[in-house]
Design a protein around this ligand. Structure first.
Ligand code: AMP
Ligand code: MG
Length: 400
């Protein structure tokens, strides 16, 4: 227990124990933003359903384009064209079906009307400005795969193949319990001596909701063994996972780990992570449990690094881990640390590259460091960094 567990190993262990088992529900497409697709979706229709015009202009046979052509029909979007008579062209608008027989569209800017005929300034290539049937999605294509979080453009894509209902995994219910005698809810009055407002509840509620999961408010529990046991049990009965903040260090007032041990199973790790370090993982009865540290920015970082991938996997997401990008360090780390450090940084674009500028105070109690940053820069244990070196970064917008 005395040696520090590397972040990657902790992640591997928590991911190995995340067994997705959420039941499938059918949601109206309009309500499915952020939900996780529970089945592969096969289109069943071609998109577009017919060859159609990409431009406002004239549809014609390429072979006829050398001569001025009379207009034999007018086709607007949603209209039904008749076959194009040879030696004529059709007035056509963007999105309108191309008439059988036509093999190109000339945009109106390249046409001239004279004596009731249309003259073409250049000979079009076959297929020009025609969007072929099935170009976006073929009828047999798998549109989206299960395990994917539905984004706005995905909802649009599913609508384009005519889906009205989508099979998704029921959102996880995540109970959040804050521990500490010193905690006061904002709005409950001015702070007394030694008190702090319960900020972790709000950070964690936001993190849970930004994963499109259901936040179950388990409130605050005092630093007391019996109260902690009751609160943990109550939280576990109401949720698919319990997350606590605080009370997992080795102090006498830290009751979470002993009570989880009594009610289920506990692994307590000292993570090689900064900010962070103490992290508990296990179950209360059969309900998964994650005990985050108490310090507000440690809560944010350990949630993003460990809890978030765990919850995403539990929810059925096929790629639960966040992508890493590269940025140029606008800072130096001269003394190598023993823990993997997640510096709160602001990324800005400088000369076509991303540059990472760290927030001034990186203390684990300073939540401003997270609020005034948009990324975490990863500094591996033992590493030093010189200004200008490339470092790995995680965008907070991809985490929360
Ligand atoms: P602990 O891990 O319980 O010893 O807490 C570590 C530090 O985090 C202490 O300074 C606590 O006051 C602070 N802390 C714990 N829980 C919260 C919370 N819910 N909101 C704000 N600060 C907290
Ligand atoms: Mg505490």
């Amino acid at each position: 227990m005395s040696s520090l567990l590397p972040v990657a190993e902790a992640l591997e262990r928590v991911l190995a124990s995340a067994t997705p088992a959420q039941p499938l529900v059918e949601l109206p497409l309009i309500d499915a933003l952020g939900a996780v697709l529970a089945r592969d979706i096969v289109s069943g229709v071609d998109v577009p359903g017919a060859d159609n015009s990409a431009m406002d202009g004239y549809a014609l046979r390429v072979a006829d384009a050398g001569q001025a052509l009379p207009v034999s029909q007018r086709i607007a979007a949603g209209a039904f064209p008749v076959p194009l008579e040879p030696g004529t062209c059709a007035r056509i608008f963007t999105g309108a079906p191309v008439p059988p027989g036509a093999d190109a569209v000339v945009m109106q800017e390249d046409c001239r009307q004279e004596d009731g005929r249309v003259h073409f300034t250049a000979i079009p290539a076959a297929g020009q400005h025609i969007r072929p049937r099935g170009q976006d999605v073929a009828a047999t294509a798998t549109v989206l795969r299960r395990g994917r979080v539905l984004r706005p453009q995905d909802l649009g894509l599913l609508a384009s193949v005519g889906r009205a209902l989508v099979p998704v995994y029921r959102p996880l219910r995540i109970a959040v319990l804050a521990t500490g005698n010193e905690l006061l809810e904002p709005g409950a009055g001015p702070l007394g001596s030694g008190q702090v407002y319960n900020s972790n509840r709000f950070t964690l509620a936001g993190l849970v909701r930004s994963l499109s999961m259901t936040f179950v408010d388990a409130g605050i529990v005092r630093d007391d063994a019996r109260a902690t046991a009751a609160a943990l049990q109550q939280a576990a009965s109401r949720a698919d996972c319990v997350i606590t903040s605080g009370g997992v260090s080795v102090g006498e007032e830290d009751h979470v780990k002993a009570q989880v041990q009594r009610l289920g199973e506990l692994q307590l790790w000292k993570l090689a992570i900064k900010p962070g370090k103490p992290l508990a993982f296990g179950r209360i009865g059969r309900t998964p449990f994650i005990g985050l540290p108490g310090n507000p920015s440690s809560v944010f970082v350990t949630f993003c690094l460990v809890a978030r991938p765990f919850l995403r996997k539990l929810q059925g997401i096929s790629e639960p881990e966040p992508p890493l990008l590269q940025a140029r360090a606008a800072f130096a780390v001269s003394a190598p640390g023993s823990r993997q450090e997640y510096l709160r940084v602001s990324l800005r674009a400088v000369g076509g590259a991303l540059e990472a500028v760290p927030f001034g105070n990186q203390s684990s109690g300073v939540l401003s460091s997270v609020s005034h940053s948009n990324a975490l820069a990863v500094i591996p244990p033992g590493a030093t960094v010189s200004e200008g070196d490339m470092v790995q970064v995680m965008l907070l917008d991809l985490l929360a």
